[in-house]
Design a binder for this molecule. Structure first.
Ligand code: S3P
Length: 171
């Protein structure tokens, strides 16, 4: 079956990549990871893009990529954690498919990100106070961009996918 795109949004460490690869198998869709595609095209890591070109340049790359993907179908688009921050992106995402917001508590996020140094915004900030503060600042943006929300704390990946599929079909 040819499905409407599914866009996964949410804070770093909410499980977007893991959920994306499981959903891809279960729904027989194609998968695009915006971070991975930007890294591939630029030929440098996210940290190097932030350091050498600046965050604004990275955000422009994200918007351009979304515009490029909008007209396609049958994609699971796993978005970088900051994708929902621009209202412009939120509008493109809504037009591109169903926007699924994955949530997690700061403690869960910290556990998932603590051994990974690929995220420039968390460098030197791997503590629940920082995560919780940034999460609260961003929450209204995620909420506004999302069609549906699914919690990921202490849950099996297949249960999370079951809930996503059920809510998408109801949406
Ligand atoms: C970011 C999240 C990262 C990546 C970049 C910025 C953010 O993606 O796009 O480091 O602003 O939340 P993940 O959510 O996949 O870690």
């Amino acid at each position: 079956m040819d499905r409407k795109n599914i866009l996964l949004i949410g804070f770093m460490g909410t499980g977007k990549s893991t959920v994306s690869s499981r959903l891809k198998k279960r729904l027989d869709m194609k998968e695009v990871d915006t971070d991975a595609l930007i890294v591939k095209r630029e030929g440098m890591s996210i940290s190097d893009i932030f350091a050498q070109k600046g965050e604004e340049a990275f955000r422009n790359m994200e918007t351009a990529l979304l515009e490029e993907l909008e007209s396609q179908r049958n994609l699971i688009i796993s978005c970088g954690g900051g994708m929902a921050l621009r209202d412009e992106n939120a509008a493109i995402m809504k037009a591109a498919g169903t926007v699924v917001w994955l949530t997690a508590e700061p403690e869960t996020i910290l556990k998932r990100v603590k051994n990974d140094d690929s995220r420039p915004l968390l460098r030197g900030n791997k503590n629940t106070a920082f995560i919780s503060d940034l999460l609260e600042k961003r929450r209204p943006k995620y909420e506004a961009a999302a069609d549906i929300a699914v919690a990921t704390d202490h849950r099996r990946i297949n249960d999370i996918c079951d809930e996503i599929i059920r809510k998408i079909d109801e949406n």
